[in-house]
Design a protein around this ligand. Structure first.
Ligand code: PBG
Length: 322
């Protein structure tokens, strides 16, 4: 045999030398859920995660910073009585989200702060846009998203992160940010976001499941890949700074495709259901959580992710520090 691939795997030093992809805490972003209440509210389907008060979230952010994470992705869990059909509370400069952003930027300014732009956390309908009859109205929604983005930029967001999948929102948001003078605030577009069943635990976390219908008229069909090409081309032209693919591992082929069809940084979202599956299987003793988490994240890097949003960010960073 002339070819013996095992020669390059013989010792740890050789393996490290030829390792093609790496995982580092600086690639990882931790999603966090903030609420108005002092006590944490554990999220049953996401062991280890809770809705936190702003001050508890700051402590978590300090841990994230100490472990070398890139940043945080912030999501607000509102009380039902603060929600309405137009997500009005999202614009409140003294609302939960804006206060959380301001506090975080004051206390832990080094972390990159991504803020979610979509109606669902604020919407009594649980949809990412304004519901009119049985439709989600694109034209009514986009101006609201642009105002929400400006409110978050004003509070101190580094990147606003539209996760709503309305058409034309990246352009509208970029223009609104620029008109308000926020030239340096970036837009991380959830450009390729599928209508996935893997978001279940996240909707528990925010109590934001759609009250009627599903999200298939705005999120993408899991059957489609070519359509990802169309979405990323548009968001790039409309001014996005980072493009995201979501969910993560089941869509590794999409991530690979996007990586090879844009020169922008690409993010992957290892979503709530993926995290919940690892936790549940590990709780039953079927898999090793730590090893499967690190493998999942490394596979996302290999598939093309520069940045990874994951609920396992702190655990991964701790493991990588060993
Ligand atoms: C909604 C939003 C969702 C997630 C992030 N932003 C859920 C959805 O589209 O219903 C999911 C994240 C996860 O599952 O971890 N704007």
């Amino acid at each position: 045999m002339l070819q013996r691939p095992r020669r390059n795997r013989r010792t740890a030093a050789i393996r490290a030398m030829v390792q093609e992809n790496h995982l580092d805490p600086s690639h990882l972003v931790l999603p966090v859920f903030v609420h108005e209440h002092a006590r944490p509210h554990p999220i049953a389907s996401m062991p280890g995660h809770s809705r936190l008060s702003i001050s508890a979230m700051v402590e978590l952010a300090q841990r994230a910073r100490a472990l070398g994470l890139a940043g945080l992705a912030l999501f607000p869990a509102l009380n039902e009585n603060q929600k309405d059909a137009h997500g009005t509370e999202s614009l409140n400069p003294d609302g939960l989200m804006q206060r959380a952003i301001r506090t975080l930027k004051q206390q832990v300014p080094e972390l990159v702060l991504f803020t979610d732009v979509a109606l669902d956390p604020y919407s009594s309908d649980g949809h990412d846009g304004v519901v009119v009859g049985d439709r989600i109205d694109n034209e009514l929604t986009v101006p609201l998203l642009a105002r929400m983005a400006v409110a978050q930029a004003q509070a101190g967001a580094d990147f606003v992160a539209p996760s709503d999948m309305m058409d034309g929102r990246i352009f509208a948001i970029r223009r609104a940010l620029d008109e308000a003078g926020y030239f340096e605030v970036g837009v991380m577009s959830y450009a390729v976001k599928y209508a996935s069943a893997f978001y279940g635990p996240f909707r528990d976390a925010l109590d934001s499941a759609p009250r009627s219908g599903d999200k298939k008229t705005y999120q993408m069909d899991p059957a489609n890949l070519r359509e990802a090409g169309r979405e990323i081309k548009l968001d790039e032209e409309e001014g996005a700074d980072i493009l995201m693919v979501k969910p993560g591992l089941p869509y590794a082929d999409v991530l690979h495709f996007v990586r090879h069809n844009t020169s922008l940084p690409v993010a992957a979202y290892h979503v709530s259901g993926e995290y919940a599956m690892l936790k549940a299987a590990a709780e039953r003793g079927f898999i090793d959580f730590d090893a499967c988490l690190l493998e999942s994240l490394l596979c996302l890097r290999r598939a093309g992710a520069d940045v990874i949003f994951t609920y396992g960010a702190l655990e991964a960073a701790q493991l990588l520090a060993k």
